[in-house]
Write a protein that binds this ligand. Structure first.
Ligand SMILES: *Cc1c(COP(=O)(O)O)cnc(C)c1O
Length: 437
């Protein structure tokens, strides 16, 4: 191996050159797998450590190999032990195995826009759209865009243009990260016609505002907050006869009622109540990939799908695949977590705790409260159970492989099990042992 000249007078400190290191079999193989740039960065960093005297010169190749990332992408898998089912910072809904397999299939060349029978071009994503319509027969047509916000923006552009969107002052919602629905709508060029007040808006308020300049009436589900006390809102059913289309933004993506979340609106019920269009996210309670759903009357869906912006907001083949597998497939991890049995969660926490205590870990089982999260079902408490550890565990768990994200409460690091699939308990225990000093 070629070596850099060592510092003058120090014959021992000879660090292999970059090219020579990149030719080392393990690093050459890694370059095939991860790309030369990724491996070179690891090599250069290891050389720098050797020059700084942190590692011996002959350990540079080993150090570089050890520091290689497992994939060519910076994202790392995380076990979500936060007790928040749809954690925005963890990418909201985790995909089901069925959806992951569908993504793998679609990631290559696939018939997303081709009819293999005839060899002709076919409607993009037709099987995903068909799956949605089978689950929500109340919808005449469906369209899929990048996320819930895109669905709203497209509805505003296609149905209002520069005309008015009638919206209650009680539904002017900030979604998160500083993004606000009224500003999003206004950014498309539509004008907002605010009606009612923060706490009370009646059907008459809408009726007085609807006129020739109305594009549509928008109902927004206040999904991340609750207003209680002296309140009044108008139901979709009270607004459908006013002569303007009613668009219901339900947010969560529930296709049908969920008995555990009676206050969460769902697409089927909204359409039954007379909504002409429903918009929703794919990666909240639906438990699928990030996308935005538009369901409803065929002529309106077509106007959205044919609008020039539809092309800018369209989803990729992998999203369509994951969405279809989510809609057709088995229970999603989100549904599993939502429906997890409290006694079973407690039993898991106790089993894990006993196992960890045997390994000398200061672990205790604790009763906890989990939440839906992702800006959904505010105030809904899901009784749960956790492995409670000293809070010094939080950082090493987060930095381990796989990373484990718990939550720190009252000086303890809680690993809440509700959003952790039971089959990952072994990995979780292993991660805790690895994080034990
Ligand atoms: C989450 C949410 C949105 C935004 O959806 P994204 O998929 O995050 O773009 C819009 N409206 C409501 C009511 C929501 O809950």
């Amino acid at each position: 191996m070629d070596h850099e000249p060592g510092p003058a007078g120090d014959g021992r400190r000879r660090i292999a050159r970059t090219d020579a290191l990149l030719a080392e079999p393990r690093l050459a193989e890694a370059a095939e797998r991860l790309g030369r740039g990724v491996v070179k960065a690891a090599v250069v960093a290891a050389q720098r450590r050797a020059r700084a005297g942190e590692i011996p010169p002959d350990a540079v190749a080993d150090a570089a190999v050890e520091s290689l990332p497992p994939t060519a992408c910076g994202l790392r898998p995380v076990i979500n032990a936060t007790g928040v089912l749809l954690h925005t910072n963890l990418g909201r809904a985790p995909l089901s195995d069925a959806a992951r397999e569908a993504v793998a299939v679609a990631s290559g060349a696939t018939d997303v826009e081709l009819d293999l029978e005839t060899g002709r071009r076919a409607k993009r994503g037709r099987s995903a759209l068909a799956a949605l319509l089978e689950r929500v027969p109340q919808a005449e047509a469906a369209h899929v865009v990048n996320n819930g916000a895109a669905a709203l923006a497209l509805a505003a552009a296609a149905l209002a243009g520069d005309r008015e969107i009638v919206i209650s002052r009680g539904e002017m919602v900030e979604i998160g990260d500083g993004f606000r629905i009224p500003e999003l709508l206004a950014a498309t060029g539509a004008r907002l016609r605010e009606v009612g007040t923060t706490n009370r808006t009646a059907p008459e308020d809408y009726a007085a505002a609807v006129g020739p300049d109305t594009g549509f009436i928008l109902k927004v589900h206040p999904s991340n907050f609750r207003v209680t006390g002296f309140t009044r809102g108008a139901d979709v059913a009270e607004l459908t006869g006013l002569g303007a289309p009613v668009v219901a933004d339900i947010g969560s993506g529930l296709l049908a009622p969920e008995p555990l979340l009676p206050d969460e609106p769902d697409a089927a019920s909204m359409l039954k109540a007379g909504a002409h269009l429903v918009t929703a996210s794919g990666d909240k309670l639906l438990g699928g990939p990030q996308c935005g759903l538009v369901l409803g009357r065929e002529d309106l869906v077509r106007r959205l799908a044919r609008h020039p912006l539809a092309r800018a907001l369209r989803v990729d083949k992998m999203t369509l695949a994951a969405l279809e597998a989510t809609v057709r497939g088995p229970r999603t991890p989100t549904e599993e977590a939502l429906h997890a049995d409290e006694a079973a969660l407690r039993a898991r926490a106790e089993r894990l705790t006993a196992h960890l205590r045997e390994a000398g870990v200061d672990a205790v089982a604790a009763a906890t409260e989990a939440a839906v999260g992702g800006g959904g079902a505010p105030g809904v408490v899901l009784p749960s159970a956790a492995v409670s550890l000293p809070d010094a565990y939080a950082a090493p768990l987060r930095q381990g492989t796989p990373a484990v994200m718990g939550r720190v409460e009252d000086g303890r690091c809680l690993l809440d099990l509700r959003a952790v699939p039971p089959e990952r308990d072994g990995e979780l225990a292993e991660a805790v042992r690895a994080a034990t000093p």
